[in-house]
Design a protein around this ligand. Structure first.
Ligand SMILES: Cc1cc2nc3c(=O)[nH]c(=O)nc-3n(C[C@H](O)[C@H](O)[C@H](O)COP(=O)(O)OP(=O)(O)OC[C@H]3O[C@@H](n4cnc5c(N)ncnc54)[C@H](O)[C@@H]3O)c2cc1C
Length: 391
């Protein structure tokens, strides 16, 4: 039997590993999660949940929990600083396509916590750093503190530096973008000073770009080091405040609740499966956070793989599991990474005339309900998901 009595082993208790574990246990399968950290991380990362992800979690009550803790964002915009000219996209044109025609802004750890709370006791093993994985014809093994744990299948949801990806010999093809991004949260009321902000705003400023994303109680502002500034210097409170003052002189000294600096990659693993071992989420693909798709795409990977594993558990041909890579890898390449790259390239335009040309083309799309729906079906990850389900 391909799926034996041994559990399905998952490395990593990020949003992807926990979605997979929860979905598998819901389907009646035994999953065990191994997490290197001693708790679910609260690192400042994803905040955008797209409509299909909210649709997925709807029945379980998780979506309602996230909505209660987050902020519904019916529109998002691309904007010129300082004139305030903008193209604003209204997701209500997706009314017929989703039960959640909006973006939800909510910290990713709230999803991880909601999932963990629904898992059977003793499913997640914290402080369990996996150092090696292997497989044979009957199952998989992981090494944990010199102990061997056996399973029937192994899924690496172990993030960007995945050891599972390396174990299956997949190459993480792509590149790392040159720029650093600084992410800051603040209570400063940008909405009192910038007219007509949406909950999500990608903004061109003279010579650069920044973005403003609204969480229920805070703004998340993304900035880039200025010319000649080292990443360390750019992350100093004084440098962050100098940048926000430059954007908005009234900002004076904003309060800084959290801050972090990160580099962005565009990478997709050359393969997602080797026999009984799979990879999902950031272990399989990485993209620019512009557009908020990495975690959402990883959750969609987890959903797809859980459904296929269920088919096999119900007596389906194990060959069906090849569908996982067939369905999900092209979406990572052609939709998630490509769309995020396009979003990043658009916001990197510095030439004023080109910016206005782009803005005008986006305003034309936003003003035409059919064009706007097609555009938003793609950027909200609905179109890619529909296409992947046909593969
Ligand atoms: C600033 C920023 C903003 C972002 N915004 C968005 C957004 O708005 N929307 C969106 O969709 N995405 C966004 N993303 C991307 C999103 O954060 C990631 O795609 C998401 O966290 C991936 O989830 P994951 O579960 O695959 O991996 P991770 O969240 O990285 O989790 C991997 C887990 O595996 C554990 N692990 C690693 N190695 C081992 C090991 N050997 N043994 C045991 N455990 C191990 C780690 O400790 C970790 O807990 C953003 C990313 C950043 C950096």
């Amino acid at each position: 039997m391909y799926l034996t009595q041994d559990p399905i082993l998952i490395v990593g208790a990020g949003p992807v590993g926990l979605t997979l574990a929860w979905r598998l246990t819901q389907l009646g399968l035994n999953a065990q999660v191994f997490e290197a950290e001693n708790k679910i991380t609260d690192q400042l990362r994803a905040s955008t949940f797209h409509p299909p992800t909210l649709d997925y979690f709807d029945k379980s009550g998780i979506t309602a929990e996230l909505i209660a803790a987050g902020k519904i964002t019916p529109t998002w915009q691309i904007r010129m600083h300082t004139s305030g000219e903008r193209a604003e996209f209204d997701l209500s044109v997706l009314n017929e396509d989703t039960a959640h025609p909006y973006r939800l802004q909510c910290r990713q750890e709230l999803l991880a916590r909601a999932l963990a709370a629904r898992l059977p006791k003793d499913t997640i093993h914290f402080s369990s750093s996996i150092t090696a994985v292997s497989q044979d014809k009957d199952g998989v093994s992981i090494i944990l503190n010199d102990k061997v744990v056996r399973g029937s299948i192994l899924i690496g949801c172990d993030g960007a530096r995945s050891i599972v990806r390396k174990a299956i010999g997949a190459v993480f093809e792509g590149e790392t973008y040159p720029e650093n991004t600084i992410l800051v949260t603040t209570h400063f009321p940008f909405e009192d000073h910038l007219d007509g902000l949406s909950g999500v705003n990608y903004i061109w400023k003279p010579g650069g770009t920044y973005s403003l994303l609204r969480l229920p109680d805070l703004w998340r502002i993304s900035l880039h080091p200025t010319e000649g500034q080292t990443p360390e210097k750019a992350l100093e409170d004084s440098a962050i405040r100098a940048q926000t003052r430059e954007v908005l002189p009234q900002a004076e000294d904003i309060d800084i609740v959290e801050k972090r600096i990160y580099r962005v990659h565009r990478r997709v693993a050359t393969h997602y499966r080797k026999n009984r071992i799979f990879i999902a989420g950031d272990a399989a693909h990485l993209n620019s956070p512009k557009g908020g798709m990495g975690m959402n795409g990883g959750i969609h990977d987890a959903w797809c793989l859980a459904d296929l594993l269920m088919e096999v558990a119900n007596g389906g041909d194990p060959e069906r599991l090849d569908k996982y890579e067939t369905r999900r890898r092209p979406i990572a390449c052609d939709d998630i990474v490509a769309q995020a790259d396009k979003n990043r390239a658009r916001m990197s335009i510095k030439n004023e005339a080109k910016r206005y040309e782009y803005l005008k083309s986006l305003q034309d799309i936003a003003a035409d309900p059919i064009k706007a729906r097609n555009f938003l079906l793609r950027s909200s990850m609905i179109e890619g998901l529909r296409r992947s389900e046909m593969l």
